[in-house]
Write a protein that binds this ligand. Structure first.
Ligand SMILES: [Zn+2]
Length: 262
């Protein structure tokens, strides 16, 4: 298998894996290296790991997984001699299929030797198990599918669209002006891209919230707004999720004035 690594920053590289063009990132310090995500192919996990070990030139014994979608972790099945680190929710959200060596709920530090990583769960957004790897000294953050530079954001039943802008804003807050953001799919992007993506998610959410508050039912919502910040397919998928998220908070369309009682 031909694996080509592209540089992101000093001793940080990424490669595109199959299926689904999922990015795998290698970050090396003076003493050790890690992978962020493992790709989705159990068969090519071992060659991916061997290639990363050769690239890093220091022992590579940890794989951090950005979330529970299997194009990001199944490659681990083919990797020997590594510890996996992921958010605790990956266990239930993969129905127990993925059992990481180590889980955490909020944050975990990792020292690679003169290079500290902060592994952080900023909250529920793309999934309930989103993990961001902040390599502050390298000027890199690895954000999984919180950002996609090759297309629109993707949602599943564990996504929380209302939480997404705050999560992205927190990641931006942990970055510098020149930080490279490595998404789960697509080429690395800059801070401005992350800010714009956060803005798009915020506009998507507030547009739907305004429709609900003006009494629009979910099956009429798409046509009821003049403008949307994302592609029609993405918006149509998001609308019922946002209705559900807000309904859980008691926000439902009201089509008539409250009856007055005497
Ligand atoms: Zn995903």
């Amino acid at each position: 298998m031909d694996i080509s690594w592209k540089p992101v920053a000093d001793r940080v590289w990424y490669t595109v894996t199959q299926p689904h063009d999922a990015n795998v990132v290698c970050i090396a310090g003076d003493e050790r290296a890690v992978l962020v995500d493992a790709g989705g192919s159990a068969e090519s996990g071992d060659s991916l790991l061997a290639s990363a070990r050769e690239l890093a030139g220091v022992p590579l014994d940890h794989v951090i997984v950005t979330h529970h979608h299997d194009d990001h972790w199944r490659g681990l099945v083919g990797m020997e001699g590594v510890e996996s680190i992921a958010h605790e929710n990956v266990v239930t959200d993969t129905d127990g299929e993925f059992q990481p060596s180590r889980t955490f709920s909020l944050a975990l530090p990792l020292n690679l030797g003169n290079r500290f990583l902060e592994i952080v769960h900023y909250g529920q957004a793309h999934t309930r198990s989103d993990v961001v790897v902040v390599a502050q000294s390298a000027g890199v953050v690895v954000v999984g599918d919180l950002l996609e530079s090759a297309g629109d954001p993707q949602f599943d039943e564990t996504s929380k669209i209302g939480g997404w802008p705050q999560v992205l804003d927190a990641v931006v807050g942990a970055s510098r002006r020149d930080t490279a953001f490595v998404p789960g799919h697509g080429e690395p992007v800059d801070r401005e891209f992350a800010l714009l993506a956060s803005g798009d998610m915020a506009i998507l959410f507030s547009t739907v919230e305004n429709l609900i508050r003006s009494g629009v039912r979910r099956d009429r919502a798409f046509e009821a707004a003049e403008e949307w910040p994302l592609a029609e397919e993405t918006v149509r998928r998001a609308i019922p999720m946002i209705y559900d998220e807000l309904e859980a908070e008691g926000v439902v369309p009201r089509t008539q004035l409250p009856l007055s009682s005497f």
